[in-house]
Structure formats: structure tokens, C-alpha cells
Design a protein. Structure first.
Ligand code: SF4
Ligand code: SF4
Ligand code: SF4
Ligand code: FES
Length: 961
């Protein structure tokens, strides 16, 4: 078996030519007189590279299966005729290999001569000059002259494809090595490229001979990365030239947490290259992390602190000191007048662990209350609650790589190829290898259309019926005797299991009984349950389609029940895996952002834990949980909550029922927003503090697999301060002393107070590359797989929870006959503040409403029509897309563009346990309209007014200089 996905613990900057073998059997061979021992299945090329005998190559690279087309890697082997290709020849016991002699040298020179005779020799002006394998190989084989001349037939006039905004395809430089085609298939799993034609006419073609932009290419960059010539080159390299130095850091978009080499020219970022040594991505990337970094230097960046007395006034640009002192005096006077509880703050899942830790510390220690919350409230708070109740820890149980050992993959309410693309590619690879796929989702997500996978089962359930579905799956497992009795007996609480078993066996939980509720045939559910339960290793992956419901927490517990009942916890290939949305949503929860939990999930009411924090922070702490975000909004409207500090979140766009949120923000006496742009929330602010992008600071992010990755500063902060420094200044101005010289000191403090982080330090992170918590005395090198022996629960046992299905109160009726559900798209990210300021706009420049042809026809709707969408909460207008991906009765949109007002129509309904909003179920009616909604008209007017205020502030500041 070949190794593609396991971290290459050899030098990640070196290309060994072919993937490593996972075989445990070793073979010994001799290469150029050097004896070496390698796992069986290793290619001769790799075996040689491992002892630094580097055989020339062009079509081989170590993240792709060997192809054997260029013949440059020919070697001689004792007892074998001819000159076999070393990339496709496996090393064998006792083999004797020669990689260098006159015969081989001549052969290689001849091959290179043929390549070069059909290549534009413009090396000095070529963007890849100095970073071109063709150039390197010409040097390596000692090519000095080309005998064939350039007059014959050639490809030198082949056209360029410049359709993709980020890279160019210059066909005249192509050597048809097929590395790009294979990267698109094997690494990315999109199959957008082919080699079209034969012999001399063969060429790389995107899609059906389309441009890259028009093809199904998703701009992941894997082909650009794989190309050994300048044929596929980043436009930034063409424009700016080769970089001078690089720094390894972590992508700031999604919860996959890909590692990148930020390649720099001085302080200018030239290119982001996925890091082969990255433990989460192993050298792969998606369009966002790879290319969409231009927002960091966008002209809209806020570079100067600003203040104003009222949101109807222009901003005034001020220095840091004045802005911090203005904010602190406002906060102090509001507390003096309205009480300690009248202010609070919101931490950010976009910011680092260290920054988030400091914000909640500021709130608890300097504000003197627990009114801290985070955007996880609106995404994965049910994961925290549900997994804590059942498995004892608020986190996913696996590494991403674990999926390569799964035999059955159950995806519920998640869309990995769009929302977690690099992991989506890994998942597709495993599915191509033969793992079975079950998708429970109202939409036919792209994963179901993965090329070259076996039968996939789609359970197209109705929005709001998740719990009925998971109960039905578990019902089949138990009533058909498919449970893992040994695992349950050894690893789970006996009484809780007995109660749950009785509950789940009731006929009202059977697939037949819930068919009406879920809309999915009982036979399909039974089949899916059997496939899942009978698989040696079955894993569950879920997303916001699980959590953002009135029964989000119940559903998470239902998922954990299913995993426990089938014994799919505690080893590779199994587990419960929440696909966390934002880059640091796991970290922001770990860092104590929630009002009821101190860092490390220690409850504020626990006197021992609280005492430790009190001793370390030198204050006494409130033992009552503070306000959650929705409570803050309600209290603001009621006049009890008067000031809010928001770091790096855009609650005015991301939270449900926009008009309610706007009313709350307008009611505040003081709103302090710290962000890199004038986002929607900042339009209601009195203090605007410039934020720093991930490129401008040091820190750590924790991804969806609990992996703590380093974020490293590659350029100075545009406004002169990193975010953590601003929080420190605000604390000091409030009279609570904070002092750190570097974020590593903040991490040391976290490690001293949060038991699962006890063994984490920057030094150790730098040594290991990354660490998965828990990382402490018990697990000094971190914990890739959790719950291997026991659960962090009383007596170490897993807990089955009763998961009664309770229908949401948000139901379709005659007035609102359709159910709206929301989601994400690959090219945009969340509220779009970053990606809308990049060329990713080429793929998705507006949010649209997808609806089934039947619903469209009933209403006389065609593709592209403007649709008024009305719910119990509000009304907005979007363009229509008629799509068979939808089921009748269900409509879908994204929320990446603020003017769309997608959250104007979502309601205040929320999860019973955590208040996570029910974004995924909103009853609506749609009709053709001809003009924007009233809210949209107001939005545009306010947008222009607030931007004018900003421009006026800059103009005044400029005239004062
Ligand atoms: S960018 Fe990615 S998806 Fe597009 S052709 Fe290249 S490998 Fe395929
Ligand atoms: S575009 Fe690059 S990787 Fe693809 S066949 Fe041509 S030279 Fe090889
Ligand atoms: S998959 Fe996520 S972390 Fe990786 S590059 Fe894309 S957005 Fe960044
Ligand atoms: S590198 Fe082996 S045949 Fe091309």
C-alpha cells in the first residue's frame, strides 16, 4: 500500500519522486554501491533519494503515483535488460542498481534534448526562472546543445489561457508530463483535466476543451503546484517575480487549518504555497488559502483608530492612546451608571487562541462579569454541549487522516467539498478507494457526485427532521441486533444504556414510523443503518446542518449514541467528527469564550477551578454564567445592556434576524469594534480599532481535529499593533494590569490554567510542527485519537442520552409553504468580508436562491428572476436559480453578501440547550418581484452614509497633516 496521506516525516522540502510505502516489511538493496533498507513497495527512485542519490526526473513527484512517461529516471539493474524507469520499479531484496554511468547520461541528454527542442528558450524572462524542474534537469544531465533546431513542427505558438484570475496556463511551455492531470485526479479529486489527443498533438485540456474558468476546475492550485515547468504559473509570480524568503504559517479561513509557506519579497507576500509538512493538509490547499490573500493589503483596510459620539456622526481619526482612553472611559462611566453587568464582549473565532484568551480575560477580570460569548454560539455550541454530555469532551475524536482507515463514511448536514475543501479531497480519495458513503442532507451535495466512487446513498431528509432520522438509524441497529455488545459492555454506562435501548427500540422511532417526518423511505434508512453498523470502521462527519436547529444539541447526542452503539469510537477510521467552520472556532471555545466556562471548559461555578484563575489573575471572579449573545441583544433592547466590545466578528451580518440585531446595536451607548474592515457591525460602532490580519501577528489556531498550529508574523501590522496588544492596552486603561512581551507568554499562561493545554508551548509546537490537545503529562506529544481507553466521564464510561424528537415550531403552512435552509459555497467565506475583497468574486458575486423546478413552475419562476422571500421575521430579495439539487418544498441560499439580507429572514428560534440559532429551518414564501426589499434599500443608503463618514474622516486627517 502506498502512503499518500500520512505525514512525510522525512524532509518535507525535498521531493522524493514517489509516495512512501506503508509496508512494514523491509527490503535491502544496493544503489551505486550504497546499501539501503526500505519498506517493500518503495520505488527505486525513492530508495535512492532517501540516501541522497537523486535520480533526474520530470514526470514523477512524491505526492502522485508514479506514471513512467518521461524516461528521464532510467537506471540499470543487475540481471535486467534495458534501462527501466526507477520511478515505476519497486525496490527488491538483493537488487543492485546503478543510477549514473555514461550510457544513462547519454540517454538522459537525448531525452532532454527532445524536450528542449520544443520549448521556448526564454529562461531569462520566464516567471519560473530559478524554480523550474525542466531547467534544473537540463543542468543535471549536462545538456549543452540541442541538435534538432527549432524549425520543425513545434508548439511554441500554442495559446495561453488567462481565464483563471489566479494562474495562467501557457501551453507553449508544456511538456505533457501529465503531473497536472494526475494532481487534479489524485490530490484534488475534481478530474477537471485530461490529456487530449495523441502523440505530437497531445495537450492538456480543461473540462470539455473549455477555459479553466469555464471548466469544473475549482482553482485549488494542485496542478500549478505539480507542474515542473512554467506552463501553470501563479499570476502573482508572473507579476512580482520569484520570492526571496518564506515563513510557515496557518490559513485563516476554515477549520481544516492548512499549513502554508508564505513566500515573501521583503514585506510583500508573493505566493502562498501549501506546506508538504503541514499535518492537516500534507501539501494540498483550496482556492481560499492558496490564492485569496489579497484582502490583507486591500485598500479598504482600516489603518487608524477612530471614534465618534454617535453613529449618525462622521468618524474622527485619532491615535491609539486617545482611542483606547475614549473606549475605557465610556466603559467605566456606563458601568458606574448602569452596573457591572451592563457591559460585555464577543471574542472571535477568526482570531488566535492567545487573542481570544485575552479578550475573555479582559471581560472576566477587568469588566468584572462573565458577559463573554463567541460566534461558536451561532455554529457549534451544540457540539460543545452534546459531546460533553455523551463522550465527556467538547471536541471531535479523530485526526483528518483517520478517514483513510474508514470503511463507511456517514456525512450529516455537512458539505465538505465546499466548506472544508482540503479535507473534502481526502474524503473523496478514501471514497475512490472503496469506502461506502451515506449522506443525510436535504440537498444533493457535490460529494455524492464524486467521480469513480461506488454506490453512494443519499437520504434527502426534510429540514428539521435530523433527530427523527438519527433515532431511526439507531433503532435499526438495536432492533436488528447490529450493536457492538462488547464495546457497550466495556466502555459505556450500563443504566443509561438500558434506558436508551428501551427508548430507541420503541416502534415510534422506527424508520417506518418516521417516514412521514423525514420524507425518506424506511427501506433506504434501514439499508443505510445496516451498511453503517456492519462496516468494520464507520465514521460520522457532521456540520452546521446538524447544530443549527432547535434540536441541535439533541442531534449531536444522537450522533454520539449511534457511534457508541456501533463501537465506532477510540481508534483510527471511526469517531464523531464535527467539521468546525471557522479557522479557530475550536480554539475560541477551548479558550473560555462562553459565559459559563473558563478556559479549558472549566465551569465558572466550580470553586476549585475558579480559585486557580483568581489566584493567577489577581481578581475575584463572578461564579454565575454571564449573558449569551442573544441575551445581550435582548438586554440591549430592554435598556439593561449598554456597551459591547466585539473583536473580529460581524454579528450584524452573521447573526439571525438582522433587524433585531440592528435594533440591539443601535440601542447601545458604546459599541467598540476591532476589525480589519468597516464591517456591517462597525457601521453601528462608536470606537473602531484597526485589527491585524493573520499575516501580521504571532499566535496559534486550533483546527477541527484539535490541532494547534502556529500562526507566524510575515509582515508588520498595518496599524502598528497586533490584536492582542490592543486588548492589553484596553485592560490597562481600565485599571486592570496586563503585561506580555510576546504571544508565547500568553500560551504559557493558558498552559498553566487549562489542563488539556498543560504540555503546550511554542517551543514544543515549533519542534513538532503541531500538537493535538489534550497535550499534558499523560499525553506529552498530544492526542491524535481521543477516548482510546476511556471517556473523561464518571467512571470513564460513555453515556447514552435520550434523544426524543421534538418538531421545531418553525413549520411550513399555507402562508409560508417552503422551508429555507442556508449554507456555504467554496469560493466565498462566511460573511465574505475577506473573500469579497479578492478575485474569488469571479465565482460567486451574489447570493442566489436555489429552488426545485416544481416549486419554480408553480410560481412562474425562471432562472435569473428576482424573488421576494418572506418569512415570519422579514423580507428580502434574491435572484432565482432553478435546480434539481433541491427537493420540492425546500429552498436554499448562502449568506456571503451583506446586501442579500439572508439573515433578515432567519428567525429567533434556537437550540433548546445552547441558543444556537435555527438557521437551517425557516418557513418562507417566494414570489417574483421587481425591486429590492425595504430593508435592502435602507441597507444601501446606510452603507453609502457610513462609507462617506469614513472617507470624511480620512479627508480631515489628511488636511490636518
Ligand atoms: S486548480 Fe485544482 S481543480 Fe483546477 S485544474 Fe488544477 S488541480 Fe484541478
Ligand atoms: S501543464 Fe505542466 S504539469 Fe501539466 S502536462 Fe504540462 S508541463 Fe506537465
Ligand atoms: S481548506 Fe480551509 S484551511 Fe485549507 S486552504 Fe482552504 S480555507 Fe484554508
Ligand atoms: S520520472 Fe520516471 S519516467 Fe518520468
Amino acid at each position: 500500500m502506498l502512503q499518500y496521506y500520512v505525514p512525510n516525516k522525512v524532509d518535507p522540502s525535498k521531493d522524493y519522486g514517489t509516495p512512501a510505502s506503508l509496508s512494514e516489511k523491509l527490503v535491502t538493496l544496493e544503489i551505486d554501491g550504497v546499501e539501503t533498507c526500505v519498506p517493500e513497495g518503495t520505488s527505486v527512485m525513492r530508495a535512492a533519494a532517501l540516501v541522497d542519490l537523486n535520480i533526474p526526473k520530470l514526470c514523477a513527484t512524491d505526492n502522485l503515483e508514479a506514471y513512467g512517461s518521461c524516461r528521464l529516471c532510467a537506471v540499470q539493474i543487475e540481471g535486467r535488460r534495458g534501462t527501466p524507469a526507477s520511478c515505476t520499479t519497486p525496490a527488491e531484496q538483493g537488487m543492485k542498481v546503478w543510477t549514473q554511468n555514461e550510457k544513462l547520461a547519454k540517454l538522459r541528454r537525448n531525452i532532454m534534448e527532445l524536450y528542449i527542442s520544443d520549448h521556448p528558450l526564454d529562461c531569462l524572462t520566464c516567471p519560473a526562472n530559478g524554480d523550474c524542474e525542466l531547467q534544473d534537469m537540463a543542468g543535471a544531465v549536462g545538456l549543452r546543445e540541442v541538435r534538432y533546431g527549432f524549425d520543425g513542427e513545434n508548439h511554441l505558438d500554442a495559446p495561453k489561457d488567462t481565464s483563471n484570475p489566479y494562474f495562467t496556463f501557457d501551453a507553449s511551455k508544456c511538456i505533457v508530463c501529465s503531473r497536472c492531470v494526475r494532481a487534479c485526479e489524485e490530490v484534488q479529486g475534481t478530474f477537471a483535466l485530461t490529456i487530449d489527443g495523441r502523440g505530437f498533438d497531445s495537450k492538456v485540456a480543461a473540462g470539455q476543451n473549455e477555459s479553466f474558468l469555464d471548466s469544473e476546475c475549482v482553482s485549488c492550485g494542485a496542478c500549478v503546484q505539480a507542474c515542473p515547468t512554467a506552463t501553470l504559473s501563479e499570476n502573482s509570480i508572473i507579476e512580482l517575480g520569484q520570492p526571496e524568503h518564506s515563513v510557515v504559517t496557518t490559513c485563516a479561513y476554515c477549520g481544516v487549518g492548512c499549513s502554508f509557506r508564505a513566500e515573501m519579497k521583503g514585506d510583500q507576500l508573493v505566493r502562498m504555497v501549501p506546506d508538504k509538512g503541514g499535518d492537516a493538509n500534507h501539501g494540498h490547499s483550496c482556492v481560499k488559502g492558496r490564492f485569496a490573500f489579497g484582502y490583507a493589503t486591500h485598500k479598504d483596510r482600516i489603518k487608524t483608530p477612530m471614534i465618534r459620539d454617535s453613529i449618525d456622526q462622521p468618524w474622527k481619526e485619532v491615535g491609539w492612546e486617545e482611542a483606547i482612553s475614549f473606549a475605557a472611559s465610556r466603559l467605566k462611566s456606563i458601568q458606574a451608571e448602569h452596573g457591572r453587568e451592563s457591559i460585555g464582549g464577543i471574542t472571535s473565532s477568526r482570531c488566535t487562541n492567545e487573542e481570544t484568551y485575552l479578550v475573555q480575560k479582559l471581560i472576566r477580570a477587568a469588566f468584572g462579569n462573565n458577559n463573554t460569548d463567541t460566534c461558536a454560539r451561532v455554529c457549534h455550541s451544540p457540539t460543545g454541549y452534546g459531546l460533553k454530555q455523551t463522550l465527556g469532551e467538547s471536541a471531535g475524536t479523530q485526526t483528518f487522516d483517520s478517514i483513510m482507515k474508514s470503511d463507511c463514511v456517514l456525512v450529516i448536514g455537512a458539505n465538505p467539498t465546499d466548506a472544508h475543501p482540503v479535507f473534502g479531497s481526502l474524503m473523496r480519495r478514501r471514497l475512490r478507494e472503496g469506502a461506502s458513503l451515506i449522506v443525510a442532507d436535504p440537498r444533493e451535495i457535490d460529494l455524492l457526485k464524486t467521480p469513480h466512487i461506488g454506490d453512494a446513498v443519499h437520504l434527502p431528509l426534510r429540514p428539521g427532521s435530523n433527530v427523527a432520522m438519527v433515532n431511526a438509524l439507531a433503532h435499526v441497529v438495536i432492533t436488528e441486533g447490529l450493536e457492538d455488545a462488547d464495546f457497550i459492555a466495556k466502555r459505556c454506562e450500563t443504566d443509561a444504556y438500558a434506558k436508551w435501548r428501551a427508548f430507541i427500540s420503541e416502534s415510534r422511532n422506527s424508520p417506518e414510523a418516521v417516514e412521514e417526518i423525514t420524507g425518506v423511505s424506511a427501506a433506504a434508512v434501514r439499508e443505510a443503518a445496516r451498511t453503517f453498523a456492519k462496516a468494520p470502521n464507520a465514521a460520522i462527519y457532521y456540520g452546521l446542518g446538524v447544530t443549527e436547529h432547535s434540536q441541535g444539541s439533541t442531534m449531536v447526542m444522537g450522533i454520539a449514541n449511534l457511534a457508541l452503539a456501533t463501537g465506532n469510537i477510540g481508534r483510527d477510521g471511526v469517531g464523531v467528527n464535527p467539521l468546525r467552520g471557522q479557522n479557530n472556532v475550536q480554539g475560541s471555545c477551548d479558550m473560555g469564550s462562553f459565559p459559563h466556562e473558563l478556559p479549558g471548559y472549566q465551569h465558572v461555578s466550580d470553586p476549585i477551578a475558579r480559585g486557580r484563575f483568581e489566584a493567577a489573575w489577581g481578581v475575584s471572579l463572578d461564579d454565575e454564567p454571564g449573558l449569551r449573545i442573544p441575551n445581550m441583544f435582548d438586554a440591549a433592547i430592554a435598556g439593561q445592556f449598554r456597551a459591547l466590545y466585539v473583536q473580529g466578528e460581524d454579528i450584524a451580518q452573521s447573526d439571525p434576524n438582522t433587524q433585531h440585531v440592528e435594533a440591539a446595536l443601535k440601542a447601545l451607548d458604546c459599541l467598540i469594534v476591532q476589525d480589519i474592515f468597516l464591517n456591517e457591525t462597525a457601521k453601528f460602532a462608536h470606537v473602531l480599532l484597526p485589527g491585524s490580519s493573520f499575516l501580521e501577528k504571532n499566535g496559534t489556531f486550533t483546527n477541527a481535529e484539535r490541532r494547534i498550529n502556529r500562526v507566524r508574523k510575515v509582515m508588520p501590522a498595518v496599524a502598528g499593533k497586533e490584536d492582542w496588544e490592543v486588548t492589553v492596552d484596553l485592560a490597562n486603561a481600565l485599571g486592570y494590569p496586563m503585561s506580555y512581551n510576546h504571544p508565547s507568554e500568553i500560551m504559557d499562561e493558558i498552559a498553566s490554567l487549562a489542563p488539556s493545554f498543560a504540555g503546550v508551548s511554542y517551543e514544543k509546537l515549533d519542534k513538532h510542527g503541531s500538537l493535538q490537545w489534550p497535550c499534558n503529562d499523560q499525553f506529552p506529544d498530544g492526542s491524535p485519537i481521543m477516548h482510546m481507553e476511556s471517556f473523561p466521564m464518571p467512571e470513564g464510561k460513555g453515556h447514552f442520552a435520550i434523544t426524543e424528537f421534538v418538531p421545531t415550531t418553525e413549520r411550513a403552512n399555507r402562508k409560508f409553504p417552503l422551508l429555507l435552509t442556508t449554507g456555504r459555497i467554496l469560493s466565498q467565506y462566511n460573511v465574505g468580508a475577506q473573500t469579497r475583497r479578492t478575485d474569488n468574486q469571479a465565482w460567486h458575486d451574489e447570493d442566489i436562491l436555489e429552488l426545485h423546478p416544481h416549486d419554480a413552475e408553480e410560481r412562474g419562476i425562471s432562472d435569473g428572476d428576482w424573488l421576494g422571500i418572506t418569512s415570519r421575521a422579514g423580507h428580502t430579495v434574491l435572484r432565482a436559480r432553478v435546480s434539481v439539487r433541491m427537493q420540492p418544498g425546500v429552498v436554499y441560499t448562502t449568506f456571503h453578501h451583506p446586501g442579500s439580507g439572508a439573515n433578515v429572514i432567519t428567525t429567533n428560534n434556537s437550540d433548546w440547550a445552547t441558543n444556537c440559532p435555527e438557521y437551517k429551518v425557516t418557513a418562507v414564501q417566494v414570489e417574483k418581484v421587481s425591486q429590492p426589499s425595504e430593508w435592502q434599500k435602507d441597507f444601501v443608503a446606510n452603507h453609502h452614509r457610513q462609507n462617506k463618514f469614513l472617507a470624511e474622516a480620512s479627508a480631515v486627517a489628511a488636511s490636518d497633516e
